[in-house]
Unconditional design. Structure first.
Length: 206
């Protein structure tokens, strides 16, 4: 009976020691990333303009609704980078950056870009559905999106487009991956801004 007790106590001490040693080992810290929009022109502000453009909804595939950065391995492999994470939910980041890009690209047109929640009296609504946003190390980063522009005053759809863009991604670094995301969102924003400019000019004509 005593020998069993001694064995049990000894095993417990060993497991406890292993637990402490595991708890004391420090894992490498995580690195956090944020998307960056185009620089805002000097003097650009958010005072009411002639046109109000509501951005939203902006949606992403469910696979991207997670904090980790993602790269594609061999199809259909998806690699989650546990120690490389977005600083904020990616859907909100994408919406923020597209909105800021549109504001920069539409400077001088009299347009004010707002998020969906602030669009009580908007003239146009832009909806964006990102269907693909993924990096292939050594190859490219891809973006595919469906987007539309609706004239809210007239209650009609004025544009619906499918866009696809590609940025070189020769390495496999996460900074390069994020900056490629930035460039892809600029390309998408330019297409949307061009359509919005056409819509505003059309409505402004007598």
């Amino acid at each position: 009976m005593r020998s069993r007790t001694r064995i049990g106590v000894g095993l417990g001490l060993i497991l406890l020691a292993l637990g402490f040693s595991g708890g004391c080992s420090s894992s490498p810290p995580s690195t956090y990333y944020a998307l960056s929009p185009l620089p805002q022109p000097a003097g650009n502000h958010t005072s009411p303009g002639r046109w109000t453009i509501a951005l939203g909804p902006v949606s992403l595939p469910e696979v991207l609704e997670r904090p980790q950065l993602i790269m594609r391995g061999g199809s259909p492999e998806v690699r989650l980078a546990e120690r490389h994470r977005w600083a904020a939910p990616l859907r909100g980041e994408v919406a923020r950056v597209i909105g800021a890009n549109l504001a920069a690209l539409l400077t001088g047109t009299g347009a004010l870009v707002t998020l969906e929640e602030a669009s009580l009296n908007a003239d146009f609504r832009v909806a964006v559905e990102v269907s693909l946003l993924e990096g292939h190390p050594g190859r490219a980063v891809l973006l595919e999106a469906l987007w539309s522009v609706r004239d809210l005053k007239e209650g009609r759809l004025v544009a619906a487009r499918a866009s696809r863009f590609e940025e070189p991604f020769p390495g496999e670094g996460f900074v390069e991956l994020v900056t490629a995301h930035d460039r892809l969102l600029v390309s998408l924003s330019r297409e949307i801004a061009a359509e919005l400019t056409r819509c505003m000019q059309s409505k402004a004509e007598p």
